[in-house]
Structures are given as structure tokens and as C-alpha cells.
Design a protein around this ligand. Structure first.
Ligand code: GLN
Length: 533
């Protein structure tokens, strides 16, 4: 345990999408592998209080934590890398900061004072950063500042970093990630954008301690020395972040360059032993030596945007790795599926996953895909809305209830999926769903779920308003769709299975949020196992 909590700030320059989240997660992983407890926090400069109300096209997947926070997808990377859960405190937006300052103002906490960005907003940002340090659980808190230096929106966050660096002295460190482009016409690597980006940081008063240069070409020592010279950092504190075949190799690339050692030395964290990355290396070896290719389909309506299903994608790849197969995942747009083309679109797939989602768009295609999987004995995994589609499909085509539907989509006399009782009076959209971890009791030991988990009581994370309508349960079970898992307190159906099928599992929760690189999720592993058996 370190004497004081150390704070590492990760800022980004030149452009977005350079991989600040992966840099933060990789460095945190290395420090964790050297025996320290580490957590990572994301500060998002947008005005939404949380990303829960954002369309996935805007910001990719919404990641949900055990304590029910709807957060940025980078928190998924943090959990997958560190194998420790995050919480609401790990994701703070401008909206949340302002909301809390304005609430305090209304309460009279600042009575008599003019409330201003500096110091009130910056104080609140600093409080949110220090909060994780104060929990006494972490030696190191890595804080990733969303956006790019120079954005109007990120200014208060960078200002808070400036103040904290001043207040914390040697216990704080700033790592700036920038882009070093290669100009093919000139045949040259260009450092000027990085120099400008560091100048932008300096304008606000933040001198980065370490620079990480994102590059598509190898950087030689003289380029790094040039950047060091122009940006007032030591030559040994300039690192490169090249393109790699897997994000899970990024920590190893930084380890080889000594990024963790330089950061830890600057923070005064003793380096007592080599990092323990045995499990990590083992997984990476497997990942790079997969034998057969297996074709599977994911049916969803946001398939144009890979980030919309980030955690599902990662969880599937983790499961492929465990089963020693490389997955060839086709992302099938649910709006394009109809009765005529379903066999052509899905016929060759060894397994079909129907993805979560909201709203009526694309539902028909999801239901057709589900029927196709059920009738053709193709392993099927329905997640949240995917499970609800399986219930609707079964009610319509096996129980013969033609108008069976979810009350989310249209009023129906047969709402086999219905709004939860507690949700009926809620009118606000933000943070009002059934969110976060709930227990689930696996009632049937002869189920795919029990065989996968190997235990009766599990905990999984939720994010939905609608649920299986228990009025239809007896009829469904009589025809073969069994509720094998239920919430022990509320009796809500959490897992359904069809018995005389190779592998047909629908879950009301989101198992994808809990799959980690070193600990792939058992249901995903079982799903892929069924695909190859
Ligand atoms: N729209 C459905 C509900 O709210 C499913 C949500 C989801 O798939 N996350 O219940």
C-alpha cells in the first residue's frame, strides 16, 4: 500500500479516438500487476448527466456498473483490463458537476456568494476526483479526461487538473496522448501537431510529465528526442503507441518501453518486483493462436457502429479465446431480415445472438431471427431485448397467441412482456430503469445456465423497463419455454430456456458487462461451446 494515493491524469490532444481509454487501462494494468490497487475514472465534458439517455449512435454503448450507474463505454475497458468493478464515482460528466453545484446553490450552501466556474465548478470536479482517493481502497487513481485539449467544454476539467497538480505536487502526474501523423507525400513523420497540443496545455498552465505519441509508423529515438526538446519533457518520458493486432497487447508494448516504471518513479511509488502478467500473457498467447474459424451472427439495429455493442463484442471474443476458435462475427441489421431472406442471411451461422435495444424499430427482424434459431436448432443467445423477443416469438408461434407483444411496442391484449409495476408511475427518462446488479436464483440444475455458472445464486447487471409477464408463465412452461432463473425477491423471470434445443438461452440481464479478458463470462463461453459442438 502506498503512503498517499497517487493521481495520474490522462489528457488527449490533436484529435479524439487516439485511445486514451486503452492507454489509461493499460498503464493501470501494469501498475496493478506490480502489486498496487488501482482504479480508473472517466471525466466526460458533455452536458448530459449520464450517457443513459444517449442514442448509441451518439456515443456508443452505455456501460452499466454494479451500483446501477449508466456510464461511458470506457468503463467497460477499465473493468475488462483490471478485472475489478467500477461504480458511479468512476464516471462524472459536466452535467453531473453542474447539477450538483446548482443543487447546492438552491439549498443555500453558497449563500451570499457569486457562484462561478472557478472556483465552484472546478472545486466540484476536484472533489469528484479526490473522492476515489479518499475511499482508502486505492494506491493509484487514473483519471481520463474526455475530449481534446483546446475544446471549450474540457477547459474546466483541465483547469482542475492544473490546480490539483499544484496542490498534490509529486503525488500527481499528467500524461498527454497525442497523434504523430505520417505524411506519405513528404515521406515524413510530423511532430508539429504534438508541439501545438502541448502548447495548448501549457496555456492553461499544465506541463505534461509524460507524452505518449499515437503513431502508425515506428518512431525513432531522434523523433522522440525532438518532441522531448520542444515539449519540456525528458527524453525517457516520450513513448509511442503503435497500432497493434489486439488492444490486450497494448500493456505489453508499454511495459517493454518502460512507461509504468517512468510513471511510478515520478510518483515515488516503489518498484519492488516484476509485474505479474502470467494470466494476461497466457490469454494473449491463446488469442494469437486460435485454430478454427466459426461463423456466428449478432442481430441488432445499431450494427453500423461497432462501439454500440462493445461489451458484447469483447465478451464474444473472450469466449472464442477460451474455446480456441476465432469468431467470424457477422453483424446483421435486424431491419434487413424478413421471412424470405432469413435462411440466406443466417443459414450458415453456427450461432445467433440477438442484441439488447430499445423501441420498436428492427423488432420484426429480431423475432424472425429468433424463430429461425429455435426452429433450426441453432444455438441462440438473447440478451435483454433479445430475451424479450424470444418470449414474444414463442408466445406467438408456439402458444398461438397471434397478438402477443411487449407493451413497449404497441398496446396489446396479450402483453407477454409488460412494463414493470414500479415503472408505471415514472415519467422521467434519466436513470429510471431497473439498473445495476440484482441476484438471480438458478432454479433448474438441469439447465444450460446452471451448467455454465456452476452455482445457484448469481449476480448480474440490468438495464430495462419491461419484464416477462408472469401471467403467461404456466402456459409457456407447459409448451417448453422454462423460466430457469428468477429474482429471489421479486420473482421476476431473469433466464428462460427451451429444453429440447441445442442451446437456447434468453437472459433479462446483461452478462456482457461482466466478461473480463482474464475471466471470460461463463454464459458466453457456453454459448460459443454450443456453437462448435
Ligand atoms: N427495451 C427493453 C426494456 O426496456 C429492453 C432493454 C434492453 O435491451 N437493454 O425492457
Amino acid at each position: 500500500m502506498a503512503k498517499n494515493t497517487k493521481f495520474i491524469f490522462v489528457t488527449g490532444g490533436v484529435t479524439s479516438s487516439l485511445g486514451k481509454g486503452i492507454l489509461a487501462a493499460s498503464l493501470a494494468k501494469l501498475i496493478q500487476a506490480r502489486g498496487y490497487s488501482v482504479t480508473i475514472q472517466k471525466l466526460d465534458p458533455y452536458l448530459n448527466v449520464d450517457p443513459g439517455t444517449l442514442n448509441p449512435y451518439e456515443h456508443g454503448e452505455c456501460f452499466v456498473t454494479d451500483d446501477g450507474a449508466e456510464t461511458d463505454l470506457d468503463l467497460g475497458h477499465y473493468e475488462r483490463f483490471l478485472n475489478v468493478p467500477t461504480s458511479q464515482a468512476n464516471n462524472v460528466t459536466t452535467g453531473r458537476i453542474y447539477q450538483s453545484v446548482i443543487n447546492k446553490e438552491r439549498k443555500g450552501d453558497y449563500l451570499g456568494k457569486t457562484v462561478q466556474i472557478i472556483p465552484h465548478i472546478t472545486d466540484e470536479i476536484k472533489r469528484c476526483i479526490m473522492l476515489l482517493g479518499k475511499q482508502g481502497k486505492y494506491d493509484v487513481v487514473v483519471t481520463e479526461i474526455g475530449g481534446v485539449v483546446g475544446d471549450i467544454e474540457s477547459l474546466p476539467f483541465i483547469e482542475a487538473v492544473r490546480q490539483l497538480k499544484w496542490e498534490l505536487g509529486a503525488d500527481a502526474l499528467c500524461i498527454h496522448l497525442t497523434l504523430v501523423p505520417y505524411l506519405a507525400a513528404a515521406g515524413e513523420i510530423k511532430t508539429k501537431p504534438t508541439q501545438h497540443s502541448v502548447k495548448k496545455l501549457l496555456e492553461i498552465g499544465v506541463q505534461p510529465d509524460i507524452l505518449v505519441l499515437r503513431t502508425e509508423h515506428d518512431l525513432n529515438a531522434s523523433i522522440r528526442a525532438k518532441v522531448a526538446l520542444f515539449c519540456n519533457v525528458g527524453k525517457d518520458a516520450v513513448f509511442e503507441s503503435p497500432d497493434l493486432p489486439s488492444i490486450y497487447e497494448v500493456p505489453l508494448s508499454f511495459l517493454k518501453q518502460g512507461l509504468d516504471q517512468v510513471a511510478m518513479t515520478k510518483l515515488g511509488l516503489p518498484i519492488d518486483h516484476e509485474p505479474d502478467l502470467a494470466a494476461w500473457n497466457d490469454k494473449l498467447n491463446r488469442l494469437y493462436n486460435l485454430s478454427n474459424v466459426v461463423k456466428i451472427a449478432v442481430v441488432g439495429k445499431y450494427v453500423e457502429l461497432p462501439d454500440a455493442y462493445k461489451s458484447i463484442h469483447e465478451a464474444l471474443n473472450h469466449a472464442g479465446m477460451v474455446n480456441n476458435v476465432k469468431l467470424d462475427i457477422e453483424w446483421v441489421h435486424s431491419e434487413k431480415i424478413n421471412d424470405q431472406n432469413v435462411a440466406e442471411l443466417l443459414g450458415e451461422k453456427k450461432a445467433i445472438l440477438v442484441a439488447p435495444g430499445f423501441g420498436h424499430r428492427g423488432i420484426d427482424g429480431k423475432i424472425i431471427a429468433t424463430r429461425f434459431a429455435r426452429e433450426n436448432n441453432i444455438p441462440f443467445f438473447g440478451i435483454c431485448l433479445g430475451m424479450q423477443c424470444a418470449v414474444i416469438e414463442f408466445a406467438r408461434n408456439v402458444l398461438g397467441i397471434a397478438d402477443a407483444n411487449s407493451s413497449e411496442f404497441e398496446p396489446t391484449a396479450n402483453p407477454v412482456i409488460d412494463i414493470m409495476e414500479q415503472q408505471k408511475s415514472i415519467t422521467n427518462m434519466g436513470h429510471t430503469m431497473r439498473l445495476g446488479a440484482y441476484p438471480c436464483h438458478i432454479l433448474d440444475k438441469d439447465s444450460n445456465a446452471f451448467r455454465a455458472y456452476g452455482e445457484e445464486m448469481i449476480q448480474e447487471r440490468h438495464r430495462h423497463r419491461y419484464e416477462f409477464n408472469n401471467n403467461y408463465l404456466a402456459d409457456m412452461e407447459a409448451k417448453g419455454m422454462i423460466a430457469v432463473g428468477k429474482n429471489p425477491d421479486s420473482d421476476l423471470v431473469e433466464i428462460v430456456e427451451i429444453k429440447n434445443h441445442k442451446w437456447f438461452v434468453g437472459v433479462q440481464f446483461h452478462p456482457e458487462y461482466k466478461s473480463r479478458f482474464e475471466k471470460p463470462h461463463p454464459l458466453f463461453v457456453a454459448f460459443i461451446k454450443a456453437a462448435i459442438s
